[in-house]
Ligand binder design. Structure first.
Ligand code: DC
Length: 224
């Protein structure tokens, strides 16, 4: 019996560039499954803090990664059955996630779990190394970019809409620190795959980005 191949669309790029919104748009257009790989790294970070693991305790982090008690139910993230969606979306958890994500053994331990999301009718996968490492065979690879200042501004506005005030300087610094770690780590650093389409979102609003990418879906035959 021949196995049907699963179409995969990858979206990589730095924090706050609009990957999540684009991924939601693409899943609504294609009806594909969604992998928010950052949420898996964030859940690991949340679990590490909860279990008081040192962030350089490689065996402890690997053991946790291999049995990570995280589930995705609709738009919620459950950890040991508890809804932790807003708890894992903080800048603090993001910082810990980017720190533990540097460890190659941790990345390997999370690999199978990410690959398992690739099921029919297809997958939209968002992260840092989706097109380069986890799904190198993807049908469409997108890489979003924008300057750190613009991404920080968008993040501050997003927080403002949630009734949270934030300093643009602190958010910019946090984003730059995470970029530094994500771009310069030895294993699976953030970079576009050779065959990725690069979309600079600095001067585009999210609707423009979605429209641009929707035409790529048609070109690739991923929607009919
Ligand atoms: O996408 P995000 O902001 O939720 O990701 C949080 C951190 O997780 C990010 O700074 C680095 C890490 N991460 C990663 O190393 N590889 C991925 N595929 C996704 C996230």
């Amino acid at each position: 019996m021949t196995q049907l191949s699963v179409p995969v669309i990858t979206i990589d790029g730095p924090s706050g560039v609009g990957k999540g919104t684009l991924a939601q748009f693409l899943t609504s257009k294609t009806r594909f499954h969604l992998l928010d790989s950052g949420a898996i790294y964030r859940a690991l970070a949340f679990g590490a803090v909860k279990n008081q693991l040192a962030l350089d305790d490689v065996p402890g982090l690997v053991a946790l990664a291999e049995t990570l008690p995280v589930e995705f139910v609709a738009t919620s993230i459950l950890y040991e059955g508890e809804d932790v969606t807003s708890k894992v979306r903080t800048e603090e958890v993001a910082g810990v996630a980017s720190t533990v994500a540097v460890i190659p053994e941790v990345r390997t331990a999370l690999m199978a779990r990410q690959k398992a999301f690739s099921e029919l009718p297809g997958l939209v996968a968002d992260g840092r190394d989706m097109g380069t490492v986890v799904f190198p065979e993807a049908d469409l690879k997108l890489y979003l970019t924008a300057s750190a200042e613009i991404r920080a501004e968008r993040r501050v506005n997003q927080l403002k809409n949630q009734g949270v005030s934030a300093s643009i300087h602190k958010i910019t610094r946090d984003i730059e620190e995470r970029d530094e770690r994500d771009l310069n780590r030895k294993t699976a650093p953030l970079k576009p795959a050779d065959d990725a389409i690069i979309v600079d979102t600095s001067n585009l609003n999210i609707e423009d980005v979605c429209r641009k990418v929707e035409s790529l879906l048609w070109d690739k035959g991923l929607i009919k």
